[in-house]
Design a protein around this ligand. Structure first.
Ligand code: CA
Ligand code: CA
Ligand code: CA
Ligand code: CA
Length: 253
């Protein structure tokens, strides 16, 4: 019985050690599916086509991710990061076609136009995809339409989750309605970032209520479950089992 108790205890101690150190991804990893989502798209700027176009990625995790080796593509043009490019936890990361255009967002994290000249967002429909090492991290299918045809001049299309997995919810490109996934950014002075352009490049979307994606990586930030709590639960479970074996050994002696 003692041998069994010692073996079970050792397994539990190892589990406690392994859980926080190896299940959780670490800072600077390449994104995995759903960790980074396509969050906002300026399809039809009031200013120059396509120079004033841009789109925004959002890091749903509580850790940094490195976009080095990842690509964004609309199936016609592709931009690939070839150096370390960190997206911070919870960062709204802006990719601009041309950061020198008068209608470009005030801050661009990556400029793709010069090296991906054909990555141009058609006002009548396009597909946008982020992939890393051949794995699709997130895609927004827009063949034939963008957000149900909502391509209003000078208003970005913003994704607003309603509590599900953002990477899946943003596949729903129906027009803004009861589900409210993709909508025009309101023509409100607060969202006027340049000329006649409305959007929230580099900032939270106007009606964002997420993220709620439950991942180990995102637990600390999004669900309030800390690693310490996880360790405490495993330690408690271990103590209960150990105590049970101890009592059983005492009573069967
Ligand atoms: Ca366009
Ligand atoms: Ca295109
Ligand atoms: Ca998606
Ligand atoms: Ca935004």
């Amino acid at each position: 019985m003692w041998k069994k108790t010692i073996i079970v205890t050792l397994i539990l101690v190892m589990a406690i050690w392994i859980a926080p150190h190896h299940i959780q991804a670490t800072d600077g990893d390449t994104p995995t599916t759903g960790e980074i989502v396509i969050n906002e798209i300026m399809i039809n700027p009031a200013g120059n086509e396509s120079a004033a176009e841009w789109f925004e990625l959002y890091n749903t995790t509580s850790e940094t991710r490195d976009l080095n080796g990842c690509s964004v593509s609309d199936g016609e043009g592709t931009y690939t990061w070839s150096t370390s490019t960190i997206i911070q936890p919870g960062q709204y990361f802006v990719l601009c076609y041309d950061d020198t255009d008068a209608s470009a967002p005030p801050t661009c994290d990556t400029v793709y136009g010069s090296s991906a000249g054909s990555l141009q967002l058609s006002n009548s429909g396009d597909n946008l995809e982020l992939s890393c090492g051949g794995t699709i991290i997130d895609a927004v299918p827009g063949s034939g339409k963008w957000s149900g045809g909502f391509d209003r001049n000078g208003q970005s299309q913003e994704f607003n989750t309603r509590g599900g997995d953002p990477a899946t919810e943003n596949d729903n490109t129906d027009k803004c309605g009861s589900t409210d996934y993709w909508c025009d950014t309101p023509k409100d002075a607060a969202y006027n970032y340049a000329g006649s352009e409305y959007g929230t490049p580099g900032a939270k979307n106007t009606d964002w209520t997420g993220p709620n994606a439950i991942t180990f990586a995102g637990m600390n930030a999004t669900n309030g479950v800390s690693n310490n709590l996880l360790i405490a639960l495993l330690a408690g479970f271990s103590a209960l089992l150990f105590g049970g074996f101890w009592l059983r050994r005492r009573t069967t002696r």
